[in-house]
Design a protein around this ligand. Structure first.
Ligand code: SAH
Length: 216
């Protein structure tokens, strides 16, 4: 916690708001208390890091709304031995939280700049179990597959086939689906012995999953 009483107060309100909005898993709350969102938001919007709102980050992308990060993390039911793939590194905030809850996180973004900047913050926090990669995440990460858990933090029209294929039996994937500009539905996919089960969790709004690499 910072010594600044104003920041300390904002951080307390931040956690209170997460609980109020349904983030109740104690392990997720503890991880979100430890990973300071203020480190992932730069410049203009730094002041608003502890508000429950998405904020702009470089490359025209956004850091997700904290309560949505909490609810998605909770829905993923991550265990300490899990190997997790995240598509859409963005600021690195979600990957940092996941890294406290599992064995290893592979996180992928199509923008090199975002990956490079996130790696600096991971080092700052001493998070050594995250591997960040520049790649088109709609293909997943065939070299590291299969995964116990997959979280997609950009919206696809349907759950991408390669990601479904890279999920272990017994694995869980959380992914927002729907048209890019409209409201999307967050769905949870469970892979069983005989196929996939889907359940709809809530309405969300994410930037779109775009194929190919970014210019920067
Ligand atoms: N999880 C992030 C927020 C992600 S915003 C955080 O905690 O801050 C969505 C991200 O998905 C953006 O950074 C965007 O560049 C990335 N993205 C979109 N399409 C992608 C693709 N095909 N492969 C990899 N990353 C992609």
């Amino acid at each position: 916690m910072s010594d600044d009483p104003d920041i300390a107060e904002r951080k307390m309100r931040f956690l209170f708001q997460l609980r109020q909005r349904g983030v109740t898993d104690p392990r997720v709350l503890e991880a979100m208390e430890r990973i300071d969102r203020g480190e992932f938001v730069r410049g203009h919007f730094e002041d608003r890091a502890y508000e429950d709102t998405p904020l702009p980050i470089p490359c025209g992308q956004t850091i997700s709304q904290p309560s949505v990060v909490g609810l998605m993390t909770q829905a993923l039911e991550v265990g300490p031995r899990d190997k997790v793939l995240e598509i859409g590194t963005g600021s690195g905030y979600q990957a940092a939280i996941l890294s406290l809850l599992c064995r290893r996180v592979y996180t992928v973004d199509r923008h090199r700049r975002l990956v490079t900047e996130a790696e600096v913050i991971f080092r700052h926090f001493g998070l050594s179990n995250i591997t960040a990669m520049v790649a088109d995440g709609s293909r997943g990460s065939p070299e590291q597959a299969p995964f116990d858990r997959i979280m997609v933090t950009a919206a696809a029209e349907d759950p991408p086939g390669p990601l479904l294929a890279q999920l272990k039996i017994g694995g869980i994937m959380v992914v927002p689906v729907g048209q890019s500009d409209a409201v999307q539905t967050l769905i949870r996919v469970r892979r069983g012995e005989n196929g996939f089960d889907y359940d709809e969790l809530r309405q969300v709004r994410f930037v779109p999953l775009v194929e190919g690499l970014g210019q920067t």
